[in-house]
Design a protein around this ligand. Structure first.
Ligand code: SF4
Ligand code: SF4
Length: 452
C-alpha cells in the first residue's frame, strides 16, 4: 500500500520517517476527536486510525480490509487531533493518502463521481449547474416538486439540504469579474486577489460580495481573477489527488500571475478553500516544476478576517441588520469555528474580534466551538448518521439566547442552517464579513440621511 512510501513534506520535521512513526500512542488526541467522542471506539479515534494505517503499511492487514475502510472513511478530516498531538502526527495527511490508496476499494457512487470529476472542476459546467438550480428555485418548480412528492426520490439528507440551500446566484462572481484595469498608483493598505471558491461563489455570493465591499472600505484594491478554479479540497478529501493536483496547478498559474502583478495577498472567505491553498506545497511536493510556486502562494494566503485584523479595520458606527429594530436590542451572535479555518489556518481570534467590534452585537460563546459541526466538506452526504449526531450535539451546545450563528465556511453555514431547522430555532446563519458589511452599509445610510 502506498502508505509505506509516505513521508512528511518537510523531511526534517520527522527525520524522514513515515508519518505514522511519530505516534507514541499517548491518547492526548482522543478527547479532541468527534468520532471517538460519539462512539467510544478506539478504531474511530486518531490513535486507532494511525495504528491501523501502520498495520496496513506494514502488510499486517490488507488494504481492502473492512476493519480499515470504515475508520478511514469515517474520519471527518477536521484536524482537531493534529492541534493537540504532542508528536506532530499529521493524521489528516495520513487519511488523505490512505483514501487515495484505497480509492478502488471505496468505490465512490455515480453521483459523487459525476459531481467531483465532471462538474466541480469545470467552472463553466459548474456555473451552468448553478443556473439550473436557480431556475429550479425561482420558477416554482421547487414548490411543485415538494407538492407532488418528487423530493421523496432523494435520500433523506439531500432532501434536508434542498430545504436550506440559499438562493443560488445566476452569475458567479468569477464570471462577473471586471476586466483587469491598471492598479491605482497607491492603494491605502494593499492589493489583494479574491479566491471565490466554488460552493461559496454560487450558493453564498453575498459573502464574496460583502468581502469585496469590506476590503475596499478598508483600503484594499481587489481583483477577482476570472480563470481561477475550485481549490481541490473536496477532491483531496475524496482521495482523488490527481484532480486536486490539476486544479492546484491551474490556481498556481492564475494567482502566481496576480502575485507577479503586484498582489500582496490572496484572500479567501471559506476556511476549507484557504486551508487547501495553504497545503498546495504538500500536495505538489514531488513536482519540482511547481513546488516553489506553491510555497510562494501559500505564504500569501490569508482569510479575510485575518487580513482585516492584521492590517486594522474601521470599526463601524452603526449596527448590522437585526440589531437595530426591536427597541435597539442586542444581537447575540454565537461563533462556530470552521475546522479548517481554525485547525489548519490557525484563524480563531480574528473573526471573533470583528464580531466584537460591531455595535449592538454581543458574542455569545457556545460550548466547545471548535468541535466539528458534522459538515466536513461533503461528509454529511456520505455519513448522514454521524453527521447529524454531531450537528444535534452542536445545537445543544449553542447558547439559548443566540439569534445568529456566524461561521467562516459555506459547508458549516449549510449544516448550521440545517441544525436550526431540525431544532426548530429561528437562527440566522451568516459569515462574519457579511455582518461587518451590513454595519458599514447601515452607517452609510444613516450618514446620507443626516447630510440629506
Ligand atoms: S496525540 Fe498524537 S502521538 Fe498521541 S496517540 Fe494521538 S496521534 Fe499518537
Ligand atoms: S481528523 Fe478529526 S475525525 Fe479524523 S481522527 Fe482527527 S480528530 Fe478524529
Amino acid at each position: 500500500m502506498a502508505l509505506r512510501e509516505q513521508r512528511p513534506p518537510e523531511e526534517g520535521a520527522h527525520g524522514g520517517r513515515a508519518l505514522w512513526e511519530a505516534c507514541v500512542h499517548c491518547g492526548f488526541c482522543l478527547p479532541a476527536c468527534p468520532t471517538y467522542q460519539e462512539t467510544g471506539l478506539e478504531e474511530l479515534s486518531p490513535r486507532g486510525r494511525v495504528y491501523l494505517l501502520r498495520a496496513a503499511a506494514e502488510g499486517r492487514i490488507g488494504p481492502d480490509d473492512a476493519a480499515l475502510l470504515e475508520p478511514v472513511d469515517s474520519c471527518l478530516d477536521c484536524r482537531a487531533c493534529e492541534v493537540v498531538c504532542p508528536s506532530g502526527v499529521r493524521v489528516g495527511a495520513l487519511i488523505e493518502e490512505a483514501r487515495a490508496a484505497l480509492r478502488p476499494a471505496r468505490r465512490p457512487s455515480f453521483w459523487r463521481r459525476l459531481l467531483f470529476r465532471h462538474l466541480v472542476p469545470y467552472p463553466r459546467r459548474w456555473a451552468l449547474l448553478a443556473r439550473l438550480v436557480r431556475f429550479y428555485q425561482r420558477s416554482g418548480l421547487s414548490r411543485l416538486a415538494r407538492r407532488l412528492g418528487w423530493l421523496g426520490l432523494l435520500p433523506e439528507h439531500l432532501r434536508a439540504f434542498e430545504a436550506v440551500l440559499p438562493e443560488v446566484s445566476g452569475r458567479t462572481l468569477r464570471e462577473r469579474a471586471p476586466r483587469a484595469e491598471p492598479w491605482p498608483a497607491a492603494p491605502r493598505r494593499g492589493r489583494v486577489a479574491l479566491f471565490t471558491g466554488c460552493v461559496q461563489d454560487v450558493a453564498f455570493t453575498d459573502v464574496n460580495e460583502a468581502a469585496l465591499r469590506v476590503l475596499a472600505r478598508n483600503g484594499y484594491e481587489v481583483r477577482v481573477p476570472s480563470e481561477q478554479t475550485c481549490c481541490g479540497a473536496l477532491h483531496r478529501d475524496e482521495g482523488d489527488r490527481e484532480t486536486a493536483r490539476r486544479l492546484a496547478r491551474q490556481n498556481l498559474r492564475v494567482f502566481g500571475e496576480a502575485l507577479e502583478e503586484g498582489v500582496d495577498w490572496v484572500v479567501t472567505t471559506a476556511g476549507g478553500c484557504g486551508a487547501a491553498l495553504l497545503e498546495y506545497p504538500e500536495l505538489l511536493a514531488d513536482d519540482p516544476a511547481v513546488s516553489e510556486a506553491a510555497r510562494r502562494l501559500a505564504a500569501r494566503v490569508t482569510d479575510v478576517s485575518q487580513l482585516l485584523v492584521r492590517g486594522g479595520w474601521e470599526v463601524p458606527r452603526a449596527r448590522p441588520a437585526g440589531a437595530d429594530g426591536r427597541g435597539g436590542g442586542t444581537l447575540q451572535v454565537a461563533y462556530q469555528e470552521s475546522c479548517h479555518l481554525a485547525n489548519v489556518m490557525g484563524v480563531r481570534e480574528a473573526p471573533r474580534a470583528l464580531l466584537r467590534s460591531l455595535p449592538g452585537v454581543r458574542l455569545a460563546e457556545m460550548r466547545d466551538p471548535a468541535r466539528c459541526c458534522g459538515s466536513a466538506g461533503v461528509y454529511n452526504l456520505g455519513h448522514p448518521e454521524m453527521s447529524l449526531r454531531l450537528l444535534d450535539r452542536k445545537m445543544r451546545d449553542l447558547p439559548e439566547e443566540a439569534d445568529v450563528v456566524a461561521t467562516g465556511n459555506p459547508g458549516c453555514a449549510l449544516q448550521m442552517a440545517l441544525g436550526a431547522r431540525r431544532s426548530g430555532r429561528a437562527l440566522r446563519v451568516v459569515h462574519p464579513v457579511v455582518l461587518l458589511d451590513e454595519a458599514y452599509r447601515a452607517e452609510e445610510v444613516s450618514d446620507h440621511g443626516r447630510s440629506g
